[in-house]
Write a protein that binds this ligand. Structure first.
Ligand code: RB5
Length: 144
């Protein structure tokens, strides 16, 4: 069974809990790194542990959200083993998996409704990495 690391701040916690239920229904195990309240908080406190879980193999990939998606994506992408893609349309999520082999799907919780988020999530989950020329490019991403 695949394990998903999830993280959000207060702006994304509502969407996180909705998507968490959906992902459990789809048969995934969830590691929820928080936050778990709507009290104002700092997204790096939750993004870093979630990124570490994916980097060290405790989780297969991750799903994260904050208000715009930018802060949490910026934090995740500080980790050399993380490729976090900010996605606001299903087509972008599909390409993020097909071309970038994104190992974190990030969504802007204040700018997508639940139905849009589900469509983005399904597009990411159902897409397959294409490898080939994309692997050469991905290999050049990490800072040595
Ligand atoms: C929180 O108000 C907001 O700044 C945060 O969720 C996110 O959008 C930051 O990038």
């Amino acid at each position: 069974m695949e394990v998903i690391a999830m993280a959000s701040d207060h702006a994304g916690v509502g969407l996180k809990s909705q998507l968490k239920e959906y992902l459990a229904e789809r048969g995934y195990d969830i590691l929820d790194f928080g936050t778990n309240s709507e009290d104002s908080c700092d997204y790096p406190d939750f993004a870093h542990p979630a990124a570490e879980a994916v980097e060290n193999g405790t989780a297969n990939f991750g799903v994260a959200m904050c208000g715009t998606g930018n802060g949490i994506q910026m934090t995740l992408n500080k980790h050399q083993g993380i490729r976090a893609a900010l996605c606001w349309k299903p087509e972008i999520a599909e390409l993020a998996k097909q071309h970038n082999n994104a190992n974190f799907l990030v969504m802007p919780a204040r700018f997508v409704n639940y139905d849009e988020a589900l469509a983005i999530l399904d597009a990411y989950l159902d897409a397959q990495y294409e490898g080939g020329r994309h692997q050469r490019r991905i290999d050049k991403i990490p800072v040595k």
